[in-house]
Design a protein around this ligand. Structure first.
Ligand code: CO
Length: 165
């Protein structure tokens, strides 16, 4: 059973701090990739997350899933599974927003990031995708790409605070 790695465990933190290798499509069949996406989606949903990178489950794959929270009750936000993502454009305007992370329990912080980005990568069928986005989704994509490079939001946060519960 998969579990989400956290910084509370030294071994897991070490893994989370490593850059994740490229996902090699030639090493997996369609069923395996579908199962991988399904597991990631279920783990993200089960933890009430809005993004999850494969290395957060201890998987050495450059791959993440994301689904922005619903802003409008009658419009469901799109689910994304992006392999080998790369942010190819960043806007100059920077936005400060609060972030949290399933791998950094009970800690939140304000992180400054470009407001708009262009992300390029591959979908689960190995087809090229290119998405221009902003707002919460753009924020999630940047947070997840950082994960795949071994970077956690607390490394970038200006103010960090802990909640008790
Ligand atoms: Co995270």
């Amino acid at each position: 059973m998969a579990k989400i790695y956290t910084i509370n465990n030294k071994k897991e933190e070490k893994f989370l701090r490593q850059k994740t290798p490229i996902f090699d499509f030639s090493k997996f069949n369609r069923k395996e990739i579908n199962n991988l996406v399904k597991t990631m989606r279920e783990m993200m949903k089960g933890a009430d997350g809005i993004g999850l990178s494969a290395n957060q489950l201890g998987l050495p794959f450059r791959f993440f899933v994301a689904q922005a929270p619903m802003m409008n009750t009658n419009k469901k936000s799109e689910f994304y599974a992006i392999f080998n993502p790369q942010i190819t454009k960043f806007s100059e305007d920077i936005l400060l927003m609060e972030e949290g992370c399933l791998s950094v329990p009970k800690i939140f912080g304000e992180v400054a990031r470009p407001e708009k980005i262009v992300i390029e990568g591959f979908d689960k069928n190995g087809r090229i995708i290119k998405i221009k986005t902003r707002g919460i989704l753009g924020r999630i994509f940047q947070h997840e790409c950082d994960h795949l490079n071994g970077i956690l939001f607390i490394d970038k946060a200006k103010k960090v605070y802990k909640i008790n519960s």
